[in-house]
Design a protein around this ligand. Structure first.
Ligand code: ATP
Length: 520
């Protein structure tokens, strides 16, 4: 720019304008200045609002981390949705004092699942200040990293105390814990698959062996079955019933955790590849029958309300190393009021084992279980499945075939050819009689399970008589042996400790230790 141009600009800027006669450069100065002031004002407004927003978030975060003890802002800030039947209840007292509580004070959180007796209460100790539960090492108390929609529930367990029983009758397991136990539900851990889910073997951190039944939620029945099962057997303790240790409800997961029974199921032992000679001796088979009868009698006669299993079959009879039977799979159990029958529109159970009246009319009583138990006895004695299409026409249906054989005085031929040693013919006839009584087409004529135990144990007494007779070749066998009294317990299950339920049925140590084989 030349000196002349500068003089020109200067003279132009110095000219007075129409705005209060102010010179042009003054007007421009005022405009620029006020624009800068306006911009600064807007900027400060913006910063202020961001700060207050951050403060709000920080407030949430400290609230969350207070609840979850997580240092992870993202995880802590996400409040997972809680499934319908689980509600987090923070007691009013805690609410009131919430903001005054030190950061490491644990709130008491109650989680209601279904009925009030399944209320879960967590009231564990907080970790010491500065302690982080989000270490890289996965440990028993660290579940904060689970970023699933149930974090609220299991994070409550990460307050430092052990995950001890939060249920009246068992434990509430976290998904994380069960994943650890089952190697993340690995295929190698699968031990069976039933109608309602896959069963995994697992080992808890305290080395307890467990069976985890992961219910398939996508099958409409699963959640319902879950609740039924939990309600039916949560508090039930009996040495012939597989014990439910607890369960896991997280997000879509519904899992039942059972005692692991370590010797397979009866179906495998009867129909699996066991070679030409079955390890199941007559004594063992009788022990399995008696144990199953005791488990069922307890469900029918020892509980109020009674429980009908509805799916008694060999794959639901688990076997331990001492060949004791344990009835499992209460997924189809139906709680019944005392002396009541139950009419259902959906017959459930397994083909071949279902009582005719239940199959035809849906009328369900404990006598339906007695029928299935009768079929089970026939299966155990004969080694045949209830329905076997590979057999000749007259032998397809086990009950029909067996009735015909007994009617034709050919009882000995129904015995499993894999049985190492034949029973005495009296022992065989007696057990066949029990089986036939159990499958009486008229449900009213079927015996109660308590009566079945009488007959089975009377049978046992006869055996002893039998042996004595064989030795002494003297006194004849009485057809009406002295019957042992069977005490049944009618009481609320929750007041029944395990030992008392076992005692209630007159257990003897003999029941647990099969005796050596007898010769025919
Ligand atoms: N507590 C347990 N301990 C050891 N094994 C088990 C346990 N529970 C179940 N199993 C195994 O898993 C298998 C499947 O069990 P599940 O009860 O789910 O099905 P199922 O009885 O075979 O069939 P369904 O559910 O249709 O009646 C059982 O047959 C058994 O071999």
């Amino acid at each position: 720019m030349s000196i002349y141009d500068a003089a020109f600009v200067n003279s132009e800027l110095s000219k007075p304008t129409s705005i209060f006669g102010l010179r042009l450069w003054v007007v421009i100065g005022i405009f620029v200045g006020s624009t800068i002031v306006l911009l600064l004002f807007l900027l400060s407004l913006c910063i202020t609002s961001r700060r207050s927003h951050n403060n709000t978030n920080n407030g949430k975060l400290s609230h969350s981390s207070n609840n979850h003890h997580s240092n992870n802002a993202v995880a802590a800030d996400v409040t997972p949705p809680i499934s319908k039947e689980i509600q987090e209840i923070i007691p009013a007292a805690h609410h009131n004092h919430h903001h005054h509580r030190p950061i490491n004070a644990a709130p008491e959180i109650q989680i209601d699942i279904g009925k009030s007796e399944h209320r879960v209460v967590f009231s564990d100790k907080a970790p010491s200040s500065g302690e982080s539960l989000r270490s890289n090492n996965v440990n028993h108390y660290n579940y904060g990293s689970d970023n699933n929609n149930s974090g609220n529930q299991h994070n409550t367990t990460s307050y430092g105390g052990p995950e001890v029983s939060h249920l009246g009758w068992g434990r509430w397991y976290t998904l994380r814990e069960l994943e650890l136990a089952t190697n993340c539900l690995a295929d190698e851990n699968v031990i069976g698959e039933g109608g309602y889910g896959i069963v995994y073997h697992g080992i808890l951190q305290d080395n307890t062996q467990i069976a985890v039944k992961n219910l398939l939620n996508n099958r409409g029945q699963a959640e319902k079955e879950f609740k039924v099962e939990v309600e039916a057997i949560g508090r039930v303790r009996h040495k012939n019933l597989v014990r439910l240790l607890g369960y896991c409800v997280e997000g879509a997961y519904r899992m039942l955790v059972y005692d692991y029974v370590d010797n397979g199921n009866l179906d495998q032992w009867l129909h699996g590849d066991v070679g030409d000679v079955s390890p199941l001796t007559w004594e063992i088979r009788m022990n399995i029958i008696l144990g199953t009868a005791k488990g069922l009698a307890y469900l029918h006669e020892g509980l109020e309300p009674k429980v009908v299993h509805r799916d008694i079959k060999s794959s639901n009879i688990l076997i331990d190393r001492q060949w004791n039977s344990k009835v499992s799979d209460f997924g189809l159990a139906k709680l019944l009021g005392s002396e009541m029958s139950y009419v259902t529109t959906r017959v459930m159970g397994t083909f071949g084992y279902v009582a005719p009246e239940y199959a035809c009319t849906g009328m369900l009583t404990e006598k339906s279980d007695v029928y299935s138990f009768g079929i089970l006895i026939m299966e155990i004695i004969s080694g045949r499945t209830p329905v076997d299409y590979s057999r000749p026409p007259g032998e397809v249906n086990l009950v029909d075939w067996l009735k015909t054989m007994v009617g034709n005085r050919r009882s000995e031929e129904v015995v499993d050819p894999k049985l190492p040693e034949m029973p005495t013919s009296k022992a065989l006839k007696r057990i066949l009689l029990v089986a036939l009584k159990c499958v009486d087409p008229d449900s009213h004529k079927r015996p109660k399970m308590g009566h079945v135990i009488h007959m089975l144990e009377a049978d046992d007494l006869l055996f002893r008589d039998d042996r004595r007779v064989a030795r002494e070749s003297s006194t004849p066998i009485h057809d009406h042996p002295q019957e042992k009294p069977v005490i049944t317990v009618k009481a609320d299950v929750k007041h029944l400790p395990e030992s008392s339920t076992d005692r209630s049925e007159g257990e003897t140590s003999k029941d647990q230790h099969p005796q050596p084989n007898r010769r025919r």
